[in-house]
Design a protein around this ligand. Structure first.
Ligand code: PMV
Length: 328
């Protein structure tokens, strides 16, 4: 650690999947927009331990051996520990660390807090050590750290955390293409059910093993919707993008990852005048997204609440990872 500095804070955004979830795990592209912000503050500790304070997940100065396998750590500390371990493996560094994280957004919404925290910690460590990471290097480190904890995933959430904005993303390579898009009038509704992404991804893998051609056809259709979505986004054609949301939701129902609760909220949003609506992310719970004409926002939000959902205020297209503050 750089002895002159007392602490460094960096931040990174979370994400909302616009189109392409699940298919992106199998090499098809997706569209993702960055939302929310998570902060990570890194400071040296006098001992040799990793001290994690993450109030959102109930950790207050939780002290852990820095080199312990992440799977043996409390769930709320795993991504932080994996980020520190990955950074040190590549760039060196030793001694105890204090890491604290914060956000205005609850991690229960499934808006990508894990990847955002991972990338924010990496960005803060890099700044501390005076290591200037390219976005590609930051993405690679973040992707390895997230995989060390989660075991599965395309990395689209890490890309959103690093680059921000709205991205066309495909895992092979990877392809990460920032899209020039205007304001995205999204309404986000939380279903009240916290979903476990890894379990849902494994469920799709099992279904695919049993019906390979059928599931791969769904993924190919998803890729077509993503290409059309990219064009609609770039043309500012929100009505078409909304209808692509509806078509994507049908694919996700056939993939078996939607739920009656999500479908009730989606129907409510459509009934109140949304251009289109779909679940966003792995499914099983978490959030739906609806694309809404300016005059319908309030009606769509009210309909989601009446149907039992919670509206989450977000600003799509948040900027990517950055250093916020250097103390000392
Ligand atoms: O559940 P979320 O919001 O983390 O999204 C998961 C999206 C998947 O495509 C199902 C998995 C992935 O890593 O791409």
């Amino acid at each position: 650690m750089n002895e002159k500095r007392q602490q460094i804070t960096a931040s990174a955004p979370g994400k909302l999947m616009l189109l392409g979830e699940h298919a992106v795990v199998y090499g098809r592209p997706c569209l993702v927009t960055a939302v929310g912000r998570w902060q990570a503050t890194v400071a040296p500790a006098a001992d040799d331990l990793l001290h994690v304070t993450a109030p959102d997940v109930g950790l207050l100065d939780c002290a852990l051996p820095l080199t312990a396998p992440v799977g043996e750590m409390p769930a709320g500390a795993r991504f932080i520990a994996a980020a520190v371990q990955e950074f040190r493996r590549q760039h060196g560094g030793h001694g105890g660390l204090r890491v604290s994280t914060s956000s205005h957004f609850s991690s229960r919404y499934g808006l990508g807090s894990s990847a955002a925290v991972t990338v924010a910690v990496l960005q803060a460590l890099a700044a501390w050590h005076g290591v200037s990471l390219t976005p590609t290097e930051l993405f690679d480190l973040g992707r390895r750290a997230v995989l060390a904890v989660q075991g599965v995933g395309s990395g689209f959430d890490v890309a959103a955390a690093v680059y921000g904005g709205t991205l066309y993303f495909a895992a092979g390579g990877p392809t990460i293409e920032p899209l020039a898009v205007g304001e995205l009038p999204l309404v986000v509704g939380y279903s009240g059910v916290k979903a476990d992404t890894a379990t849902l991804v494994r469920g799709v893998a099992a279904r695919r093993a049993a019906a390979l051609q059928e599931i791969d056809r769904l993924f190919d259709q998803s890729a077509i919707l993503v290409e059309a979505g990219r064009q609609a986004l770039q043309a500012g054609d929100l009505a078409t993008l909304g209808s692509l949301f509806d078509q994507a939701q049908e694919l996700l129902v056939r993939l078996g990852v939607s739920t009656p609760r999500l479908e009730a909220l989606i129907a409510a949003a459509r009934g109140a005048g949304a251009w289109g609506a779909k679940l966003s992310g792995a499914g099983g719970g978490d959030c739906l997204i609806a694309l809404v004409p300016a005059g319908r926002r309030q009606a769509v939000e009210a309909a989601i609440v009446t149907a039992g959902g919670e509206v989450v205020a977000v600003h799509p297209g948040e900027p990517g990872a950055r250093v916020e503050d250097v103390l000392g």
